[in-house]
Ligand binder design. Structure first.
Ligand SMILES: Nc1ncnc2c1ncn2[C@@H]1O[C@H](COP(=O)(O)OP(=O)(O)OP(=O)(O)O)[C@@H](O)[C@H]1O
Ligand SMILES: [Mg+2]
Length: 332
């Protein structure tokens, strides 16, 4: 089956003042050679520490930022190349839910207006009665009462607001929804509710989800596959079970070691990495992780490791790729 989303060798460099030499322009190498696919009905999560490039990938897919290099295909259409008028039409098929989505909306808008906006913009419903009807149906889908329509968004709690945003995102019947830290600001119980709602909607509608989050406990609970990013690159990409039970990149192993195991008997040994994350303006040569890797050897300092299948790949009969020169991680 063809993927809904295909990202091929995506690179995003932001120009900045003050590179290595004074007066010279430098670049923040925010995303370096990132490739992945998402199938219909599938969730791929992107995880990693703050600044590793997660949101930049999401923004490039939405074409809110122009990629420096690479290809982005939505159901076969080149998002990165398509002229703006056609892009507007294609946008219908990919929607986004942010952490604080109401910051950009007028506080005077009613919930009805917020959810109706994409319906009107994409010409998907006409006339008051039809629009009200569609909005009511969308409120049902996100399990909010229909009388929410006439109220203002700020009257609602954080969790309810995210339901309103999900209703708005669903309005144009997209194939893909990008969630960028969509539940990160919510209390634990709301987080679980919103994530359950998203996965229920995914099953019902066959949605593809790109779930960007630094919250590994939530990701472990709901994703199909995970891409782990470090300093702009994917260091490991694998199905959930393989990654969380046997991470095969030294960075993934350290990152995941901080997540409490869902099964308390299978305690995870905490690995603390030393040193700071290097600057993306002047990232390390070779493997970008080599300055902090406990297993570094000469080759890592000069040669960029490519993603390749791990020996553990057959462990659960699923795919697990890591960008590491080691063939297998040493036992802890
Ligand atoms: N418009 C911009 N101009 C210059 N640099 C930028 C810009 N946007 C992001 N960056 C830089 O690009 C890198 C990646 O940022 P990005 O926001 O994608 O990270 P992130 O993984 O989403 O982080 P967080 O978890 O904090 O949301 C960071 O070093 C950031 O400072
Ligand atoms: Mg971000």
């Amino acid at each position: 089956m063809n993927p809904i989303l295909e990202v091929v060798s995506l690179k995003k460099y932001y120009p900045v003042r003050g590179g290595l030499l004074p007066g010279r322009r430098g670049f923040v190498q925010a995303v370096e050679d990132v490739s992945f696919t998402i199938a219909k009905g599938e969730t791929l999560s992107i995880v990693g520490e703050s600044g590793c490039g997660k949101s930049t990938v999401g923004r490039a897919v939405l074409r809110l930022t122009e990629p420096t290099e690479g290809q982005i295909l939505l159901d076969g259409w080149r998002i990165d190349k398509i002229p703006v008028p056609q892009l507007r039409k294609l946008r219908r098929h990919m929607q986004v839910v942010f952490q604080d989505p109401f910051s950009s909306l007028s506080p005077r808008m009613t919930v009805r207006d917020i959810i109706a906006e994409p319906l009107v913009n994409f010409g998907l419903a006409k006339g008051r009665a039809e629009i009200d009807d569609r909005v009511a149906g969308l409120l049902d889908k996100v399990r909010l009462p229909r009388d929410a329509m006439r109220r203002l968004a700020h009257e609602f709690s954080g969790g309810q607001r995210q339901r309103i945003c999900i209703a708005r995102a669903l309005a144009p019947s997209p194939a893909l929804i990008i969630c960028d830290e969509a539940v990160s600001a919510l209390d634990v119980s709301f987080k679980a509710q919103i994530v359950n709602l998203l996965t229920d909607l995914q099953d019902e509608l066959g949605l593809a989800l790109l779930f960007i989050s630094h919250d590994l406990a939530i990701v472990e609970h709901m994703t199909h596959r995970v891409a782990v990013m470090y300093l702009g690159s994917i260091v490991e990409i694998a199905d959930r079970r393989s990654l969380f039970s046997r991470p095969s990149h030294p960075y993934s192993r350290a990152l995941l070691s901080s997540v409490p195991a869902p099964d308390p008997t299978a305690s995870r040994r905490r690995i603390v990495l030393t040193g700071e994350v290097p600057s993306p303006i002047n990232p390390p040569s070779g493997c970008r992780f080599h300055t902090r890797c406990p297993y570094v050897f000469d080759r890592c300092r000069t040669e960029v490791p490519k993603l390749r299948a791990r020996t553990e790949a057959t462990y659960f009969g699923a795919t697990q790729l890591a960008a590491c020169h080691l063939d297998a991680l040493p036992a802890l």
